[in-house]
Design a protein around this ligand. Structure first.
Ligand code: FES
Ligand code: FES
Length: 179
């Protein structure tokens, strides 16, 4: 019989996190966000709602942006994870979007910023790969890169909430990288 005090099942998983292989024994109930923050000390990814509603925990999993609070770590064996700490790669230089957010002052408290950055990186790749959004012209050629105007950027970034209301500057920072 299960009880709240009974330990969960564990499995060994190997992840590549910001370019480094990590083998960990994880409780099957552990979500990626907690594993990153508590086991790997990568506290850039933030816990806002813990329910998939705010986007503060967004990371890239095999290049796709996902809410890490909703992902069971045990299901990600073999995956490649990039957090805000790894966006700049191995070098000392920040990712161009990080530089752009700084230049545009695209934050206030900064709590949502790691998620905004990871989401924006994933979003740019999605648009370049021709993935349409809810506001993409249905007559646009299928599979062609989608031009990102402000409406597209706002729609595609709508899963990332900012309690400080830094949205206009976030959009400008993304536009600067596209230009
Ligand atoms: S903490 Fe994951 S979506 Fe809010
Ligand atoms: S900068 Fe404060 S929540 Fe976005």
């Amino acid at each position: 019989m299960t009880s709240a005090h009974q330990p969960g099942q564990h499995s060994e998983v190997t992840l590549r996190v910001n370019g480094k292989p990590q083998t960990l024994r994880v409780d099957h109930r552990r979500v990626l966000l907690d594993l990153l923050r508590e086991d790997l000390d990568l506290t850039g990814s933030k816990k806002g709602c813990d329910h998939g509603q705010c986007g503060a925990c967004t990371v890239l999993v095999d290049g796709r942006r996902l809410n890490s609070c909703l992902l069971l770590a045990v299901a990600l064996d073999g995956s490649d994870i990039t957090t805000v700490e790894g966006l700049g790669g191995d070098g000392e230089e920040p990712h161009p979007l990080q530089r752009s957010f700084l230049d545009r002052d695209a934050f206030q408290c900064g709590y949502c910023t790691p998620g905004q950055l990871c989401s924006a990186v994933g979003m740019l790749d999605e648009a370049a790969a021709g993935h349409p959004s809810h506001v993409t012209d249905p007559a646009a050629p299928s599979g062609a890169p989608v031009p990102l105007d402000r409406t597209e950027i706002r729609e595609r970034m709508s899963g990332n909430l900012c309690r400080c209301g830094a949205y206009p500057r976030i959009v400008e920072a993304i536009e600067d990288v596209i230009a």
